[in-house]
Design a protein around this ligand. Structure first.
Ligand SMILES: [Zn+2]
Ligand SMILES: [Zn+2]
Length: 323
């Protein structure tokens, strides 16, 4: 590292540390003064200031330190630098403008990127979400907000959800990711079921909607190790939308369709810990229907959706128990 840079760096680190340590909330005062719209942790703020300071000319930095950190009178700073008070005042004003520019532009974007990377994980993490199949375990997750990737699995029920969607890009936390995913699923699959076709999520080609068992789905549309065992065991067909052109695939079971309905999402908000009961085939309104039902683990409450067995259109929604 060149000596000059090292000196600059240590001086600026001194500035930031004394700035943030001598006066509590000093860094935030600085940010307030500049009216910056930042949502940063103190550590990030210190790093941001530190880097912004290294980019300023040395004289500007000296003036800022002497005035804003050491609280030296203008006349004293002017005497030390061998210049006039008005020259120091002008340098101070320009210095603050320059610092503000640095803080509001490139460095802030870089920090936003750091924050995204900090919420990226390639190892399974514990999430606050409960498995809605068994209601006994919290889901483990992997995520990459930059790519819109979200994987969720229950340690007992096998892999639960694999998603790679533009709609998830930039969302960091597991709860907001799930909320976004559920809303997206409802829009996408309900559009698909209503129209019988829907655009591919990746290449935009119009694709037909299929109802099929897991073994009927083309092999290229599954990442084998991610096929949950319960998909194989389910007695109901999945909704499957597969693109032969770009090999993108969206497959979902009936109970996910139920839980991502607006009523299902609201039930999960009230009762985050539910389990899925076995589906039942009945006759309703003269047609074959499938009943999917969920019950709260912690309260006496159930959520039931009746689907048409052929079209998977919703025939009825029932919510029982305390609200
Ligand atoms: Zn589970
Ligand atoms: Zn496609």
């Amino acid at each position: 590292m060149p000596k000059k840079f090292e000196e600059d760096r240590s001086r600026s680190i001194f500035f930031v540390h004394s700035f943030c340590n001598t006066t509590p909330k000093a860094a935030h005062i600085f940010v307030d003064e500049f009216d910056l719209e930042v949502e940063l942790e103190r550590k990030e703020l210190v790093e941001l200031l530190e880097r912004a300071m290294t980019l300023l000319p040395e004289e500007t930095r000296t003036v800022l330190i002497k005035r804003d950190v050491e609280d030296s009178p203008l006349s004293q700073v002017a005497a030390q630098l061998g210049t006039t008070t008005s020259a120091v005042a002008m340098r101070l004003q320009r210095g603050k403008l320059a610092l503000k520019r640095r803080l509001t532009t490139t460095l802030q974007q870089e920090l936003a990127l750091y924050a995204l990377q900090a919420s990226t994980s390639d190892v399974w993490e514990e999430t606050p979400l409960w498995c809605s199949l068994c209601g006994q375990h919290r889901l483990r997750g992997k995520r990459n907000p930059g790519e819109g990737k979200l994987l969720l699995k229950c340690p007992v029920c096998d892999v639960w959800s694999v998603n790679h969607l533009p709609a998830l890009q930039g969302v960091k936390g597991y709860k907001p990711l799930y909320t976004r995913l559920a809303a997206w699923c409802n829009d996408y699959y309900q559009t698909a079921l209503n129209n019988g076709r829907v655009p591919c999520t990746k290449c935009g080609r119009m694709l037909p909607v299929n109802f099929c068992f897991v073994e009927e789905i083309p092999p290229w549309a599954w990442q084998k190790e991610w096929v949950p065992s319960w998909y194989r065991e389910t007695q109901d067909r999945l909704v499957s939308i597969t693109c032969p052109a770009c090999h993108s695939a969206c497959n979902t079971p009936l109970d996910s369709l139920a839980l991502t309905l607006p009523e299902g999402r609201s039930f999960l908000q009230g009762y985050p810990r539910v389990r899925t009961l076995p589906s039942q085939h009945v006759e309703a309104q003269g047609r074959e229907a499938i009943i999917t039902r969920f019950e709260s683990i912690t309260a006496n409450a159930t959520f039931t959706v009746v689907f048409d067995a052929d079209t998977y259109r919703v025939l009825g929604i029932f919510r029982e128990g305390v609200a």
